[in-house]
Write a protein that binds this ligand. Structure first.
Ligand code: SAM
Length: 199
């Protein structure tokens, strides 16, 4: 089956999802479980939910929410596969893709943990000329980068100083896990990128 890619405002997302077809879902980079508690459980009260969060500072808070239908794994998104988390009808990944220096590292593992009718909801910042104008200096310019043999446009974004310790990185609870720079795709490149990387 061919994938369909839709760009939707958040409030229309649940209009296109057939909730009856979703019995198992994953929130990748679930932070302290806020989206699970505030969005996913209310919208899918009978579904089994798995939260994935790599940072100790967040994961300890996730464990406090654990129930029979809600489980958590302390994993880097780059390590996800069907052997460690299984397969999902819906993948939810908000606020993660722009924290990676290579966004294919999120998309590629999705092949293993989805089936041909799965929904994949990805949210994140994109680089744009408008956004460039509003960010503080230094704000790296839009550049091109080769990912998986294809050229995409975007900009580098500094997550933290390269010298900081692992425990300091862990305390930056909303930042990247270990890469000091991330790559923000432009919207146009993000759409082409998802079509090319996920099939
Ligand atoms: C900006 S927060 C977004 C949290 C939440 N999903 C939301 O939208 O509010 C970024 C999250 O990505 C997580 N994260 C960073 N790098 C990650 C990686 N390589 N794999 C999985 N999660 C990662 C962080 O620990 C943090 O919880």
């Amino acid at each position: 089956m061919k994938n369909t890619i839709k760009e939707l405002p958040y409030d229309q997302l649940f209009e296109v999802i057939d909730k009856n077809s979703v019995s198992r879902m994953i929130d990748i980079a679930c932070h302290k479980g806020e989206h699970i508690h505030d969005i996913l459980q209310p919208n899918f009260p009978d579904a089994e939910i798995v939260g994935v969060e790599p940072k100790n500072v967040n994961f300890v808070e996730c464990l406090k929410l654990k129930t029979e239908k809600l489980n958590f794994f302390q994993l880097d998104c780059r390590a996800l596969n069907r052997d460690n988390v299984g397969v999902f009808d819906l993948v939810w990944s908000f606020g993660l893709i722009y924290h990676l220096d290579d966004p294919t590292q999120l998309i590629k593992p999705l092949q293993s943990i989805t089936h041909e009718r799965s929904y994949v909801c990805i949210e994140g910042h994109v680089a744009s000329k408008n956004e460039q104008a509003h960010m503080p200096n230094p704000n790296p310019p839009i550049i091109s980068k080769t990912l998986d043999g294809e050229i995409y446009h975007g900009k580098m974004f500094k997550e933290f100083d390269e010298e900081i310790s692992d425990s300091e990185k862990d305390q930056l609870d909303k930042a990247s896990l270990d890469n000091p720079w991330s790559f923000w795709l432009t919207k146009e490149s993000a759409i082409v990128f998802v079509s090319a990387s996920y099939h």
